[in-house]
Design a binder for this molecule. Structure first.
Ligand code: NAG
Ligand code: NAG
Length: 253
């Protein structure tokens, strides 16, 4: 991430060299390739220290999914520990979050068919790490809501993806955070039969989408409850499934 000069083809600009004339042209042609380096070298924050990733960990998390715009200016930043950017990247938000000690993380989604191939997995992860570094971000929130059956190649590949992503981010960005979004129940909700305990062990923590207890809504559904705060109104199956999710999470708590 260091040194703007790294990106410039200096040898071509030697005074008196006949190559001198083509240097600007080459630079022009190479510019799209060099830009990621150049961007990483120029911190957009007024205080360059704000481009450093957040390193400390708190023992609780207040996690925000930001969907774009400038509503973040109205957040209660005294509470927030992580903002997952589901909208467009906003460097002003990154600088501000860092000034408040909050992490800013990528949203990660990828086709599970593709990640069965370990080489594809490796290159996808490298791209995410690179993007996070270029944008001075602090990790990734993996939000795969695709159907998986068990057993299947996707089932194991997904657990491997989370493990490899976590290893890679932790190695490449000190203090970074890798999280994974799960349904409110581990019982194949929306046909998402994932290895929940394996995934929980493989990342920093799971985000339980408990605001979504109706799960994916394909039919007409207006004005019904969405999350009912553990009051299942006598629905024993829902109660049991939520309790099982908490059992799966217990080793991480
Ligand atoms: C990190 O430490 C700073 C300064 O003490 C604090 O304001 C912030 O909340 C901490 N961030 C996390 C994610 O714990
Ligand atoms: C879940 O993942 C863990 C870690 O990879 C593995 O040890 C375990 O066998 C997996 N569980 C199932 C049911 O496949």
């Amino acid at each position: 991430m260091s040194g703007a000069s790294r990106g410039l083809p200096r040898p071509l600009a030697r005074p008196g060299s006949s190559a001198r004339g083509i240097a600007p042209l080459l630079l022009l042609l190479l510019w799209p390739l060099l830009r990621p380096l150049g961007a990483a070298a120029s911190c957009p924050c007024q205080d360059p220290a704000l481009c450093q990733p957040i390193r400390n960990h708190s023992n609780f998390e207040v996690f925000v999914f930001d969907v774009g715009g400038k509503t973040w200016k109205s957040y209660d930043w005294s509470q927030i520990t992580t903002v997952a950017l589901f909208g467009k990247y906003d460097s002003e938000l990154m600088c501000y979050a860092h000034s408040k000690g909050a992490r800013v993380v990528l949203k990660g989604d990828v086709s599970l068919k593709d990640i069965i191939n370990p080489h594809f997995r490796t290159s996808w992860i490298a791209q995410q790490v690179n993007l996070a570094k270029t944008q001075y971000m602090d990790g990734i929130n993996i939000d795969i809501e695709q159907e998986v059956t068990c057993p299947s190649p996707e089932y194991d590949a997904l657990t491997a993806l989370v493990k490899e992503t976590t290893d890679s981010f932790h190695r490449e960005i000190e203090g970074s955070q890798v999280t994974f979004d799960v349904a409110w129940s581990p019982k194949c909700i929306d046909r998402r039969c994932y290895n929940y305990t394996g995934i929980a062990d493989a990342c920093d923590f799971l985000f339980v989408m408990s605001y979504d207890e109706q799960s994916q809504v394909w039919s007409e559904c207006i004005g019904m409850w969405n999350a009912n705060c553990l009051d299942y109104s006598g629905d024993a199956v829902a109660k049991q499934q939520t309790e099982e999710m908490w059992e799966a999470l217990k080793p991480k708590l």
